[in-house]
Every structure is written in structure tokens, then in C-alpha cells.
Write a protein of this length. Structure first.
Length: 571
């Protein structure tokens, strides 16, 4: 038995070594030729996001932070940036500017102009998530902001200004006071966007426990209490009435059948390839939720049987952010979810029909446990046609600066390169630059702000200045960016799916209105094409079920496809 055990152990060592040798060889054969540089200040984005006290938090409210959104609000072909802001419980010092949401207009030359006041977006509140979509189908993207307190719905007037219409539209209030991750989706495929709004905690600051009275401890430190022990929030679903208003159908749709479970990041996507959008919710200190769209106006939480509720060892995790993408290019959308410090980021591989396998450790994401992850994205940073993973980190408790056992309150990011064989390699140190710079990160969005064909990153931290990370790719890889405009489908084409076919295989993606943690990506879908000289075929499955095919498309261009009309613009 002893000899057998030795042989088994030796075999395991060989397999382990072979896996890492293959990984190293793959990295060597596929150099990641990008540089990532924070250019926020030189681009004109120079303000401080305010969110809670900087040294000590009394309530969990002060820890979650806010999101950011790429949005072309003026339809000029350049991605503008919207930042959600927070506030503080105590009066701000005289030298601190009153925090509000911020909208920066892209001037098309690498710089931005702050147009917040001009656009009518000035508001001081406990903002949370941003969600972008054209809910009234007038051709201009609108913005929903979930909040602790009353939510905001900013209708884009088409002239550079917005009007706040949440009360009138019927989406200002959550049953719980604390709205969190949200997403526009056309769940009933009637051509207009409905709205899912998650809820974190039913919080009343007058009765909530204080750190000292709990007492609430983290590794011996007195910290803000929760979420365990506090009442979980109630997730909401609002159906678009087609006249600028919404109806609360949370009960009717089955959302209430799942108990309140501390929702944070939320995303709508079609996980079982039936052309109906489902909803995945990352819950803090509780099992994740996967609301399956039953195609009849109702949803059922199937996360447990689908294999994406718990960690690989069957434990609930403290989920924060979530991103969706087809990292192995098999036509099924996978999930990556960030979690609390001491745990790993979780990677769920969709093995077909919305059933998932936790591949965190075999894929190489199990090596890191010290980061507390928030914003995350499946993103092809080098345009080789394979989705990498970029993760933003930062601790929840400012008090951890007193500990030597933690990675700190501000933390660096993590970049995992897709090795094209189901595995990822942490190349953060190798890439350096902005990846290795510490920040108390929260929301992160991915988009091409300078229209050079590669994907850039914007990060919204807590009590610090946002980062705009410019991606300068030297890979020479080709790419194609596609914007969809719905006609019979919702105008934003949210939920519509694109499959491209090139010499090296297929890629699949969907238009989504939310991603990462509390944030929104560029609505133009980016397809890295490596050395492919042309795209043989583009297959579009519109939200309403109609299909459209285009053939022999040139690479390295931005194209706009209108439903039923083919390509209507090229750049």
C-alpha cells in the first residue's frame, strides 16, 4: 500500500508539473503585449468619490461603494463616463466639495469635460449601482441609479440633458430601503426594457447595531456590523408598461419566493440559450441566486441545482461582483464572481443548458485568496480572441490598516491571461503599470474610450480619485466592434446575441445593461480576432427571436447594425 501511495503521489506531482509547464509554455508562445496606464488626471477626470468615513465605519452602508458606466449619451460615437457618488453620515469638512454624481463628456481627443451640472445630473445621495438602457425607445440611452433611500431614473432628453423621473415612472422605492445591483432586461421580449433591482439589507440607521454595541469584530478589530444578523433585502422586478412607467411585479413574477439574501452584483444574461434572459445575483454571505426565466412572466431560482450557488466545497460565499462571458468559446456563457478576503474568486464554467461546473482551481484562479474582490470583467485585453479576467480589489474595513495579516485597505488589481486551454495565468506582476497600483477599488467598467480598438478600464473607488486605465496594445491583433440597434426588439438591443465565425472558430457574446460590480460596459461588443484577416460570418439573434446574418466583414472597424437593415454605419 505504501508503494502504491508513493506511485499515486508521484503521478499527481507529474500531472501538476505538466499542467504548469504547459501553462508557462502557453504564456511564452502568446506574449501579452499590452501596457495599462492610469490617465485619469491628464484626461480631465480629477475628483474624489466620497463614500463613508475614511478611517472608521459605523455602519455597513459606508463600505459598499459605487459603480461607473460607459455611456454614449449624445450619440457622437465616443464613450462618455458616468460615475455614481456617495456621501457621508457626518458633515463634510469645509475643504471637501459636496459629492454628486458625475458625467464626463468624451471630447474625442483623449480628454473629457465635466458636464454634470449642464446635464442635470447633480444629486447628493448614497448612490449604488448604475444601469444603462433606452427604456423609452427614443434612441437615447437613459440611466438608472440604485440607492440607499430613493432610486433615480434619469431620462435622456436627447439634447445633452437628463430629467429625473423615478417617482413618475414608479421605480423610486424599494421594499427594502437599500437597492443594490440592478439591470435592464427585456424579460418578456415585448420590445421595451424592464428593470431588475436587487436589495442588500433592510437597513434603518436609527435601530441598526453599532460596532461597539454588537460588538462586531473582524480579526480582533471592532468594525461595522453585518450582513449576517441583519435582515436581508427584497429583490424587485419592474415591468415596463410602454408609456414611460413601470409596474412592480416582484410578487407575481416569483422573485419573492427566494428569501432576502444580501444582493450585491447582478447581471442579466441568457445562460441556457433559449433566447430569454435569466438573472444571476451575487449575494454577500449567502448562496448566489440564478433566476431562470420561465418564458411566461415568472422566474425560478435554480442556482443550487444549476451548480452556481456555492463554492466548490459547498459553502456560501460573500459575493460582490459578477461578469459573464464565453471564456472557452463553446457557445455557452460562463460566470466569474468576486468574493471576500480569505476566499478565491469563483469561476463557473457553463457545461451546457445553464448547468455549471466550478472550475476555480483547475483554471488557476484558486491561487489567490488574499484579495477582496469587487469589479470584475471577462475582457479580451490583447484582442487575441480569448477572454481574460481583470479584477479590482479593496477591503471593506478601513480598520484593517492596523493588521499585518491583511493585504491592506487599498489593494492592487489582478489580471489573469486566458491560456486558451481552460486555464488562466496571473500575469499582474509581469504587466505592472496600473495593475500594480493600490486603490480602494469598487466598481469597474470596460470600454474603448479612445476608439483605438482595444478595451480600456474605468474604476470607481471609495474616498479616492477614479482611475481611467488606458490600454495600449502592441500585439498587432485584429478586432471588430459591433453596435446593435433594435427596431422590433428593444432599441438598446439588450439581450440580443452575436456569434462571429472566423478561420480560428467562433465567439459569442450578448448586449447587456450591467456588468462587473454596480457598473456598465461599453454597449459596443468587442471581438478580438488575433491574426484573422476577415470575419466570415456574423449571426445575430435579436431579443425578439428574429435572426440576421452578414458575411465577409473586414476587421479593425466599428460597425453599427440596425435590426432588419444590416450594416448602417462603418468607421
Amino acid at each position: 500500500m505504501k508503494n502504491l501511495a508513493v506511485k499515486i503521489f508521484s503521478l499527481q506531482v507529474l500531472i501538476f508539473a505538466f499542467a504548469f509547464d504547459s501553462q508557462a509554455q502557453n504564456v511564452a508562445e502568446n506574449p501579452f503585449a499590452v501596457s495599462l496606464t492610469n490617465v485619469a488626471k491628464q484626461a480631465g477626470i480629477d475628483f474624489k468619490t466620497i463614500y463613508g468615513d475614511e478611517k472608521k465605519n459605523r455602519y455597513l452602508l459606508e463600505t459598499t461603494g459605487t459603480g461607473a458606466a460607459f455611456i454614449d449619451y449624445d450619440n457622437d460615437g465616443w464613450q462618455d463616463i458616468f460615475f455614481v457618488n456617495g456621501t457621508r453620515l457626518d458633515a463634510l469638512p469645509k475643504n471637501v466639495e459636496t459629492p454628486t454624481n458625475r458625467l464626463f463628456r468624451n471630447k474625442g481627443n483623449g480628454t473629457f469635460e465635466d458636464v454634470t451640472a449642464k446635464a442635470g445630473l447633480t444629486r447628493t445621495n448614497w448612490g449604488q449601482a448604475a444601469t444603462v438602457g433606452d427604456y423609452d425607445n427614443d434612441g437615447f440611452d437613459d440611466i438608472f441609479v440604485s440607492c440607499f433611500g430613493k432610486n433615480a431614473l434619469y431620462k435622456n432628453n436627447g439634447n445633452g440633458t437628463f430629467t429625473e423621473t423615478a417617482e413618475k415612472a414608479g421605480v423610486a422605492n424599494n421594499k427594502s430601503r437599500w437597492a443594490s445591483g440592478s439591470s435592464f432586461l427585456d424579460f418578456d421580449r415585448d420590445g421595451d426594457l424592464d428593470l431588475f433591482v436587487g436589495s442588500y439589507i433592510d437597513l434603518d440607521l436609527k435601530t441598526a447595531p453599532l460596532p461597539e454595541t454588537g460588538p462586531c469584530l473582524y480579526k480582533g478589530l471592532t468594525v461595522a456590523c453585518g450582513p449576517p444578523g441583519l435582515t436581508g433585502g427584497v429583490n424587485m422586478l419592474f415591468q415596463n408598461n410602454g408609456n414611460g412607467t413601470f409596474t412592480d411585479i416582484s410578487e407575481k413574477s416569483g422573485m419573492r419566493k427566494t428569501d432576502g439574501t444580501y444582493a450585491l452584483g447582478a447581471i442579466a444574461a441568457d445562460f441556457d440559450n433559449d433566447n430569454f434572459q435569466d438573472i444571476y445575483v451575487a449575494n454577500d454571505s449567502a448562496p448566489a441566486i440564478l433566476y431562470r426565466n420561465n418564458k411566461n412572466g415568472t422566474f425560478t431560482d435554480i442556482a443550487l441545482e444549476a451548480g452556481c450557488a456555492y463554492s466548490v466545497d459547498g459553502k456560501p460565499q460573500a459575493g460582490m461582483g459578477v461578469s459573464v462571458g464565453d471564456f472557452d468559446r463553446d457557445g455557452w456563457l460562463d460566470i466569474v464572481k468576486t468574493n471576500f478576503a480569505g476566499d478565491t474568486t469563483t469561476l463557473y464554467r457553463n457545461v451546457g443548458k445553464g448547468v455549471f461546473d466550478d472550475v476555480t482551481f483547475p483554471a488557476g484562479l484558486g491561487l489567490n485568496t488574499k484579495w477582496l474582490g469587487w469589479g470584475v470583467g471577462f475582457v479580451d485585453l490583447d484582442n487575441d480572441g480569448w477572454l481574460d479576467i481583470f479584477q479590482v480589489n479593496g477591503h471593506v474595513y478601513p480598520e484593517v490598516e492596523k493588521l499585518t495579516t491583511e493585504a491592506g485597505y487599498s489593494q492592487r488589481k489582478v489580471l489573469y491571461q486566458n491560456l486558451r486551454n481552460g486555464k488562466f495565468a496571473d500575469i499582474s506582476v509581469k504587466i505592472g503599470g496600473a495593475v500594480m497600483e493600490n486603490i480602494p477599488g469598487r466598481g469597474a467598467a470596460f470600454g474603448d474610450f479612445d476608439n483605438d480598438g482595444d478595451t480600456d478600464i474605468v474604476i470607481n473607488p471609495v474616498n479616492a480619485s477614479p482611475e481611467l486605465i488606458r490600454n495600449d496594445s502592441k500585439s498587432g491583433n485584429n478586432w471588430l466592434k459591433i453596435k446593435l440597434i433594435g427596431t422590433k426588439s428593444n432599441r438598446s438591443a439588450v439581450g440580443s446575441r452575436i456569434k462571429i465565425i472566423a478561420d480560428d472558430g467562433t465567439q459569442t457574446d450578448e448586449v447587456r445593461s450591467s456588468n462587473s460590480y454596480y457598473s456598465v460596459n461599453d454597449s459596443r461588443l468587442n471581438f478580438g480576432l488575433g491574426t484573422n484577416k476577415t470575419v466570415k460570418k456574423i449571426e445575430i439573434l435579436w431579443t425578439n427571436g428574429q435572426t440576421e446574418t452578414l458575411e465577409n466583414i473586414d476587421v479593425n472597424q466599428f460597425i453599427t447594425i440596425r435590426e432588419g437593415s444590416g450594416i448602417v454605419n462603418k468607421k
